[in-house]
Design a protein around this ligand. Structure first.
Ligand code: SAM
Length: 218
């Protein structure tokens, strides 16, 4: 999978891939990342990428120029790319999206700043728009990283042990059962060695956890 971030702040993105599981997967070429600073595509002398809102309103938005040129150029290079704009004005991202997007060959994640994007950029380039939650961040970079991290977990080979995905939260719309380490008091069934009984216990615990924390999932 190739992932291209469109961002005015590449330094907010690149360090995330320099450690832990994703670094290992990157080193094994299980995915590739590129960050396009779309300021480089601005054609004006001062490389300005923001502009005032028409019709009034506080703040600035990303204008309809530099990002447009960057997206046009990358769409020509990667016509099969799925282009996602990060914005709070969107459906809320979830685990089903993570699993679905893990099948894409090329993902473009477009990160906003200021008061967001000139709407025509979204109309002309977005295959989908995604929000990571009901709050407003200063920029799309964190959201793009949240999406990419959760997508990559579902790309073959990225997790050392793919069994880690089994029983994870949100599979079957349930939260994961509680986990314990070996030492000390734990529910005795977990030490019984009876896998059928352990699975039964985990299913019930998972259901109870979900009912308590997230009844909306059931
Ligand atoms: N004025 C916009 C609004 O009220 O909907 C908020 C703009 S926000 C300050 C700047 C950028 O941060 C957005 O363009 C988007 O890329 C990103 N962003 C902020 N909150 C987000 C969220 N919940 N999910 C995804 N992206 C978000």
């Amino acid at each position: 999978m190739k992932i291209v971030f469109f961002s005015l702040f590449p330094n907010l993105i690149l360090p995330y891939f320099q450690d832990s599981i994703l670094k290992k997967a990157l080193d094994k070429n299980l995915f590739e990342i590129e960050v396009v600073n779309f300021r480089d595509y601005a054609k004006n002398r001062h490389k300005k990428v923001d502009t005032e809102l028409v019709g009034g309103g506080a703040g600035m938005i990303i204008d309809n120029n530099a990002l447009r040129y960057a997206l046009e150029s990358y769409k020509n290079k990667f016509p099969q790319a799925r282009t996602i704009f990060l914005t709070p004005v969107a459906k809320k991202y979830n685990q089903k999206d993570a699993i679905r997007l893990a099948n894409e060959k090329v993902l473009f994640l477009v990160c906003g700043r200021y008061e967001g994007f000139d709407e025509r950029l979204i109309e002309d380039f977005a295959d989908e728009v995604l929000s990571i939650g009901d709050y407003v961040l200063t920029g799309g970079e964190l959201g793009a990283l949240v999406i990419v991290d959760s997508v990559l977990r579902n790309v073959k080979g990225v997790l050392g042990n793919s069994e880690s995905l089994e029983g994870e939260s949100f599979g079957n719309n349930l939260l994961e059962a509680p986990n314990f380490s070996k030492k000390g008091e734990v529910p005795s069934i977990l030490k019984s060695g009876n896998h059928k009984k352990i699975d039964e216990w985990k299913n019930i615990a998972s259901l109870l956890k979900t009912k308590f924390h997230r009844p909306d999932l059931i």
